[in-house]
Ligand binder design. Structure first.
Ligand SMILES: Nc1ncnc2c1ncn2[C@@H]1O[C@H](COP(=O)(O)OP(=O)(O)OP(=O)(O)O)[C@@H](O)[C@H]1O
Length: 585
């Protein structure tokens, strides 16, 4: 828990120190009040006391109360400033950290959990700071100060205050023992809730089409009921605490006055007055002691939950990404656009089986190398190893003759134009989606964008949009068709002018005619770039310089279409399943 506060900046620590001064001032002013009260009690009861003295003591009480009010407002303002800045800082650090994660770390934490950690967990810690600064520091000072003030007055009164505090502590301890495990559970349940909600929203059309609303609702209800019950449990415990605190406060006042009554009754005439004044003062100090413990209780309620959250945040912040940056930015090499796999094997983290086994091939500048194989044969996995989305378990992957691990990721990604299997677009415009990210060059000119859109065969629909290249694209490209999304994703890769294109089944949503036109345009406009194409359709890859046939993660054939038709049984089967013998001839 304490470790999370190492993320406080110097400015925030300074603001914390300033609030400490105001807290001490507030406690001092609060504790001055009973002194004036005692003075007024004495003045009222003595014959020499006159009105102006009483009024001036009353005026001082008012000033103290006002001063205490101002101090508490200042502390509240400073605390919220510290907490807001700290939260923003922490969110930024978490965001940056998650950005540096490979897909391995993302799937280890789960997307839903990473979202809860960046939102709800940070809010828990923020709330603790706001409350903590105002209460956590104030309560012990108030308690100790008030105890010093009342000690030595009367052992009976002190004893009754001690009993009240002890009772409070016992009740709080019992509640904490019961509630703590539930607080831990709450955050995990929040993750689950987030997960179920996300899954439902992203798959909404399938849910509707399959009349699966009840199924989804049941799934949601299970998590929701568990979350509600856990909340109810902790709230009931807290609800039990509050009346107990009230009981302690009232009971303590009552016992102080009761004890006072007996003491005054047994005292001689001279001491009766002093005892009465002491009783009034003691009771108000005793209330301060109980108040202080009450504040500590509030903190005790918040600390366990916030500390669970802090641990979850630190878990993310302290996770070292498995993909470590290399050092090479600009390789001194003439082998531009060359990609080579040397005996590469790969298995997913925590998986037992290798999904890529001993794969070797190479692609030279300007060549088109295609990958084909049955579903699940490892094609996407294979090409995902080049931009280091995952790290090869064995063997070497070379780009321009240099191991991909030796590049900085920035330099490596600048060489690659990657088009994912599932077209991903971002909310913005056509332009902002095509000129996306950095390409390590001077940036994107408008002409680059237009050329890329033309090469990707997207010009017809883009130029028909009301705002053309400034046409609005909604999140995930949900206002476009599958084929339009794919073409814009391809245009984004082209606009980078990369040395190596990776098309992971990126032509699947295109009709045959557009598929052919796009490949022809690519061949013409990006002749120098190496093209690695994962495809399901023989037609898409028939003209490739080399085709790598994968079966169960292994290479079972490499060659041109004609060579493979003669030599590779797996390829022949795929080819005959798609095209007639006449078409293939
Ligand atoms: N993130 C992952 N974690 C664990 N296993 C995975 C993961 N992604 C894929 N796999 C497994 O790896 C194998 C290869 O998957 P991959 O997506 O590379 O196949 P593919 O040839 O591209 O299939 P398709 O043509 O259907 O896209 C599959 O058996 C799949 O179950």
């Amino acid at each position: 828990m304490v470790r999370i506060f190492k993320n406080l900046t110097k400015k925030e620590v300074l603001l914390g120190a300033i609030s400490l001064i105001f807290i001490v001032m507030q406690v001092w002013l609060d504790l001055k009040l009973p002194d004036y009260m005692s003075e007024i009690t004495m003045l009222v009861q003595t014959e020499t006391g006159n009105m102006s003295d009483i009024l001036s003591a009353g005026g001082m009480m008012l000033l103290c109360a006002l001063g205490s009010l101002i101090s508490s407002v200042v502390v509240a303002v400073l605390a919220s400033k510290i907490s807001a800045n700290f939260g923003a800082n922490l969110r930024e650090k978490l965001f940056d950290k998650v950005q540096s994660f490979s897909l391995e770390e993302i799937s280890r934490f789960s997307t839903a959990s990473l979202i809860t950690r960046s939102t709800n967990d940070i809010t828990q810690v923020q709330t603790l700071i706001v409350m903590g600064l105002q209460v956590m520091i104030k309560a012990p000072i108030l308690a100790v100060w008030a105890i010093i003030k009342i000690s030595g007055k009367s052992w009976q009164w002190t004893f009754s205050t001690g009993v009240a505090v002890a009772y409070l502590l016992i009740i709080v301890s019992i509640c904490m023992v019961l509630a703590l495990p539930k607080f831990k559970k709450l955050q995990v349940l929040n993750d689950k809730m987030n997960n179920v909600t996300r899954e439902n929203l992203t798959g909404l059309s399938v849910v509707r089409a399959y009349n699966a609303e009840d199924y989804q609702e049941n799934k949601f209800d299970v998590v929701n009921t568990e979350l509600t019950n856990t909340h109810l449990f902790t709230s009931r415990i807290m609800a039990f605490l509050m009346p107990n605190i009230q009981l302690v406060m009232s009971g303590l006042s009552l016992s102080i006055y009761w004890i006072g009554a007996i003491l005054i009754q047994n005292a001689d005439m001279m001491n009766k007055m002093t005892l009465f004044s002491d009783m009034v003062v003691f009771s108000s100090y005793a209330m301060q002691v109980v108040m202080a413990f009450m504040m500590l209780i509030i903190i005790f309620i918040m600390v366990p939950r916030a500390s669970v959250s802090a641990k979850r945040i630190l878990e993310v912040l302290e996770t070292e990404p498995t993909i470590v940056d290399g050092t090479i930015n600009e390789p001194q090499t003439s082998a531009i656009g060359n990609v080579e796999f040397k005996n590469v094997s790969f298995k997913y983290p925590d998986a037992e089986e290798y999904v890529i086994r001993n794969v070797s091939f190479s692609a030279d500048k300007g060549e088109t190398v295609a990958f084909i194989g049955s579903t699940g044969s490892g094609k996407s996995t294979l090409v995902n190893l080049i931009p280091r989305f995952y790290e090869a378990s064995e063997g070497e992957i070379l780009v321009n003759g240099i191991n991909v691990k030796d590049y900085t990721q920035y330099a490596l990604h600048n060489k690659i134009g990657y088009v994912a299997q599932k077209a991903t677009l971002f909310s913005g415009t056509v332009k902002s989606n095509v000129a996306y990210g950095e390409n390590g060059k001077a940036g994107f000119l408008d002409t680059d964008i237009v050329e890329a859109v033309y090469t990707a065969q997207a010009a017809d629909f883009v130029e028909n949009l009301e705002d053309g290249y400034n046409g609005y694209i909604s999140q995930g490209g949900s206002n476009l068709s599958g084929g339009q999304k794919q073409r814009l994703s391809i245009a984004r890769a082209i606009a980078r002018r990369p040395e190596v294109f990776i098309f992971d089944d990126s032509f699947s949503a295109l009709d045959y005619k557009t598929d052919r036109k796009l490949r022809e345009a690519l061949q013409k406009d990006c002749a120098d770039a190496t093209k690695l194409i994962v495809a399901q359709r023989i037609g898409t890859i028939k003209d490739a310089d080399r085709i790598v046939v994968l079966d169960n993660g292994k290479v079972v054939g490499i060659g041109t279409h004609d060579e493979l038709m003669n030599s590779c049984e797996v390829y022949r089967e795929i080819a005959y399943s798609q095209l007639s013998k006449e078409e293939l001839a």
